[in-house]
Design a protein around this ligand. Structure first.
Ligand code: GUN
Length: 296
């Protein structure tokens, strides 16, 4: 079998055009939407992600404010920048690109962001709301992007065995929570495996839906995938390609092997990546709308 490709770029473009309409509608009522993106340091991958986020803001009519801080910034300096953005009434959403340099206490930074401006859905209040299944408010960008892909391709996780590889706060944990939720595009039986799980293949070989978010290039091999499974690759790894003689992006899934086993599969790039940004744009709009409604 050769799998159908899940086209994240096309689905993201559709979501972005809906967001652009909603943002324009809000603007007609006199409310602009502004997203502040804080980048601490000059890590090349983070710079690329931030550039893509800022570019997409422009495409959907969201005003972006880029705040660049030196790699030597202290936690206190980043907290001060966040506080200034919290206090700035023209800013609707705030995102601090992760990971910051090691001397910066990321937990403190996340908790300093006004939960009403937390477009990453990283703050305690918003993670709590997600876990108890509240429909309103912010959605975790990458996991919700995966749910939108499943929805678009009519893949219903209900009653299926979904296996999530990875337990990060950004992807693995919220991904598992969304898939197990009661509701549409959910109701799965979920297993989470991670770096301390012995014999990961034992679980992945039973997965109807396999979500790889472990941050290791080509980690999922063909023999780890059940015939006909849906394979979602969240990984973005930079590797040196001997044949090309230069660096290229690759996911957590060995695409060439797994495309022969899966029924549907996301490519890297062009799969989950654009969806993360599309959901971020939705969240920025949600932040603006909620703030506008609160005021009026
Ligand atoms: N780094 C990798 N993914 C993300 C994300 O979704 N949000 C932020 N802030 N940083 C990231």
């Amino acid at each position: 079998m050769s799998a159908t490709l899940i086209d994240g770029k096309a689905v993201a473009a559709k979501l972005n055009s809906e967001t652009a309409k909603a943002v324009a509608e809000l603007a007609k009522q006199g409310k602009t939407t502004t997203l502040a993106v804080v980048l601490v340091g000059d890590e090349p991958a983070s710079q690329v992600y931030v550039r893509n986020k800022i570019r997409t803001c422009g495409e959907v009519g969201i005003i972006s404010r880029e705040v660049r801080m030196p790699a030597t910034s202290t936690t206190e300096e980043v907290l001060a920048a966040v506080k200034a953005l919290n206090d700035d009434d023209s800013v609707d959403g705030i995102l601090v690109q992760s990971p910051p340099p090691p001397q910066v206490d990321e937990e403190k930074v996340i908790e300093a962001i006004d939960p009403d401006k937390d477009v990453d859905c990283f703050a305690e209040r918003n993670v709590g709301r997600l876990l108890i299944g509240q429909k309103e408010g912010f959605r975790p960008c990458t996991p919700w992007g995966v749910i939108e892909l499943l929805k678009h391709y009519n893949i219903d996780p209900a009653g299926k065995h979904a296996v999530v590889i990875g337990r990060s706060n950004i992807v693995g944990k919220p991904m598992a929570a969304l898939l197990m939720q009661k509701g549409a595009t959910a109701n799965a039986t979920v297993t989470v495996v991670h770096s301390r799980t012995p014999d990961i293949s034992r679980y992945t070989r039973d997965a109807d839906i396999l979500v790889a978010a472990i941050g290791k290039a080509n980690f999922v091999r063909g023999e780890m995938v059940k015939e006909g499974a849906v394979v979602i690759d969240v990984g973005i790894n930079r590797i040196f390609d001997e044949k090309l003689g230069k660096n290229r992006l690759t996911g957590d899934v060995n695409f060439e092997e797994c495309v022969e086993k899966a029924s549907m599969i996301t490519p890297v790039p062009g799969g989950v990546g654009p969806m993360t940004i599309a959901v971020l744009m939705q969240n920025a709009y949600t932040a603006a709308k909620l703030r506008f409604e609160k005021k009026n």
